[in-house]
Design a protein around this ligand. Structure first.
Ligand SMILES: N[C@@H](CCC(=O)N[C@@H](CS)C(=O)NCC(=O)O)C(=O)O
Length: 208
């Protein structure tokens, strides 16, 4: 299986999940900085994913899976014993899907593209930061009441996604000072050996 990724982008989430589950991946880096996006092997990435975004997971039979929340569940289901996602069809699984959707629509797509492109202007970015702060207050209260992870005691695919997205905060000036539980959570997740391994493989700075 090959994961098309960009260092530190949302593709870090399935990367973490694969390492947590002990699933070996081939990695192919995609440069998102220029259009068309090209991959490390020099192909136009739009010939792989017509939407042009990472993550994309190419299965051994050539099938391409896109959309981070779907990819992480696929990976977790390959190794159910990893406990990264509860069994399909259970209420607990729907709760994970609820978190994945929340992170995707209420956080990921507020940070990106809005805070990554100055051309959207200060007004749009102020609105995005305000919305993100509201959502992070909700996450903070949830972690305070039922942590240490989103589902309680067990790290899940939703944590890989939340960690990946909220770790962008410093880069795009989202102030986390009011969210002590979120900050502690990021520190805790950053210490996981699988998280360190995935980040190192992407050339990212790893927590001490
Ligand atoms: N709906 C997609 C969105 C993925 C996405 O936003 N990827 C970003 C990186 S975090 C990207 O590749 N952006 C480049 C582009 O859209 O051209 C998902 O949830 O997987």
């Amino acid at each position: 299986m090959k994961l098309y990724y960009s260092a530190g982008a949302c593709s870090l989430s399935p990367h973490i999940v694969a390492v947590e589950a002990g699933i070996p991946l081939d990695l192919e880096r995609v440069s998102l900085g220029k259009t068309p996006h090209t991959t490390a092997s020099g192909i136009d990435f739009s010939t792989v994913n017509p939407n042009g975004y990472v993550p994309a997971l190419e299965l051994d039979d050539g099938t391409l899976l896109t959309e981070g929340p779907a990819i992480v569940q696929y990976l977790a289901d390959l190794k159910p014993e990893s406990g990264l996602a509860p069994a399909a069809g259970t209420l607990a699984r729907v709760q994970v899907q609820s978190w994945l959707n929340f992170i995707g629509t209420e956080l990921h797509k507020m940070y990106s593209p809005w805070l990554f492109h100055a051309e959207y202007g200060e007004q749009a970015q102020t609105v995005a930061r305000k919305k993100i702060a509201e959502r992070l207050a909700f996450v903070d209260a949830h972690l305070a009441a039922g942590g240490p992870f989103l589902l309680g005691e067990r790290f899940s695919v939703a944590d890989a996604y939340l960690f990946t997205i909220v770790s962008w905060s410093k880069l795009v000036h989202v102030d986390l000072s009011a969210f002590a539980h979120v900050r502690n959570y990021l520190d805790r997740v950053a210490q996981r050996p699988a998280v360190k391994e995935a980040m190192k493989a992407e050339g990212l700075k790893v927590a001490a």
